[in-house]
Design a protein around this ligand. Structure first.
Ligand SMILES: Cc1cc2nc3c(=O)[nH]c(=O)nc-3n(C[C@H](O)[C@H](O)[C@H](O)COP(=O)(O)OP(=O)(O)OC[C@H]3O[C@@H](n4cnc5c(N)ncnc54)[C@H](O)[C@@H]3O)c2cc1C
Length: 382
């Protein structure tokens, strides 16, 4: 039991676990086949209190803390429900609004995000700019009381369902990072806005990952996030630590699921007249995986404590993100090996996990970028 898991959070976790296991996990297979979760899942998640858990009640949220968000991220990972991204919706976009939005913006969008009436996405990446966000080419030019947005975004999670997109755009291309702003775009019936195809991925088949196109799209100037233009980069940086920690929390949930699946499998699989679990290699591999997962959980717990205390810094969150996602991929690979040929069959959860987890070393900032951030902070201390 960790100190951040108060009695209230334990009760919340038990409830969230039931919801993911009973309500959503059985639907994953269908969502993966249709390459899209049903839209109704968002309303359902809202009704069950899974959205905007740490947004104040005054804005329709759950009124909880980061601990509640951590529980949702962990349980979603553990249940292998990958077909809709609560992290992007509640963990990222809702917190951009809470931290940087005007009162009118918060009142306009947060209550509907909490119920799942609207789905949110964040559009940073472009065909020519992923890790290097200063290279974004999408532009937002002020014309009277509006901004006119032109550009293309790619790899956008929740992109097909999104009603509200937080778009990273250049309001002043001559000013580098200081020319970047965040604009909230309501997509319903918006002239010039178009969604591209749903992208075919090697895993996470039920998650809608899409291209978005903006061709002379007009949004009210009041939809700029922050008091003035050019704050986008600073706003992005402020939220990065919590976003990366949420990825790490989900990764630890998936580690435990991979190990539990494998333990169940090797206990019943007979080889050479005995359970696979009786073989020393199997026992040692599982012991190693469980040790690694326990160490990862302890580090992530310490990061959650720091996030709750407001002291989690960018390099420490980067350590959590790269180390847990790297470790997750290794653990899932070891676990798949113990399944033999069955581990390669997509009807087995371990095969799905194998394909699903690989992207975690890339998104949310590639793991190499995480190491660069850590090295830079070390350099400053040298
Ligand atoms: C399934 C999926 C969902 C995604 N969801 C979203 C989303 O919702 N919103 C959004 O905006 N984006 C999203 N992304 C995009 C994701 O954030 C980018 O893919 C990621 O930031 C890497 O950018 P890139 O793909 O352009 O790779 P590049 O920037 O071209 O980098 C390629 C590789 O180069 C290496 N590299 C890059 N920079 C450095 C460096 N500084 N030092 C050392 N090596 C480096 C890394 O190995 C990296 O993987 C998603 C991507 C995927 C695959």
């Amino acid at each position: 039991m960790t100190t951040w898991m108060t009695d209230d959070v334990v009760l919340f976790r038990d409830n969230v676990r039931k919801v993911f296991e009973r309500e959503f996990a059985p639907l994953e297979e269908r969502w993966r086949r249709q390459h899209l979760a049903d839209r109704s899942v968002w309303r359902q998640a809202g009704e069950m209190g899974l959205l905007c858990t740490s947004i104040p009640e005054a804005y329709g949220g759950g009124g909880g803390t980061f601990a509640h968000e951590a529980v949702v991220a962990h349980e979603q990972g553990r249940a292998m429900v990958n077909s809709f991204s609560i992290n992007v919706h509640s963990g990222i976009v809702a917190h951009y609004l809470l931290a940087c939005g005007s009162e009118a913006q918060k009142q306009r969008w947060l209550p509907k995000m909490a119920t799942g009436e609207i789905v949110a996405a964040i559009a940073m990446s472009e065909p020519g700019a992923g890790s290097d966000l200063q290279a974004v080419r999408t532009s937002a030019v002020r014309e009277g009381d509006e901004y006119v947005i032109d550009g293309a975004k790619t790899f956008i999670t929740n992109g097909h369902h999104a009603d509200l997109v937080c778009v990273v755009a250049k309001t002043d291309p001559s000013r580098g990072a200081k020319g970047v702003s965040l604009l909230m775009v309501e997509t319903a019936g918006l002239p010039g806005f178009r969604r591209g195809r749903l992208l075919e991925k090697i895993g996470q088949h039920g998650l809608d990952t899409a291209e978005l196109f903006f061709d002379g799209v007009r949004v009210p100037a009041a939809h700029l996030l922050g008091d003035e233009e050019g704050q986008g980069f600073r706003q992005l940086m402020q939220q990065l630590a919590r976003e990366r920690l949420l990825i790490a929390i989900g990764a630890v949930g998936m580690m435990q699921r991979a190990i539990d699946e494998t333990l169940g499998y090797v206990a019943q699989r007979q080889v050479f007249g005995e359970p696979l679990l009786a073989m020393q290699n199997t026992r040692f591999k599982l012991a190693e995986c469980q040790t690694e997962a326990t160490i990862a959980q302890a580090f992530v717990d310490a990061c959650i404590e720091r996030q709750l205390a407001g002291t989690l810094d960018v390099p420490t969150a980067a350590m959590a993100k790269w180390s847990t996602t790297d470790k997750l991929c290794r653990i899932v690979d070891e676990c798949l090996q113990l399944h033999g040929g069955y581990g390669y069959m997509t009807e087995y959860p371990i095969a799905r996990l194998y394909a699903d987890v690989r992207v975690l070393r890339i998104l949310g900032g590639a793991n190499e970028v995480m190491k660069e951030l850590i090295a830079r902070s070390m350099e400053r201390q040298a």
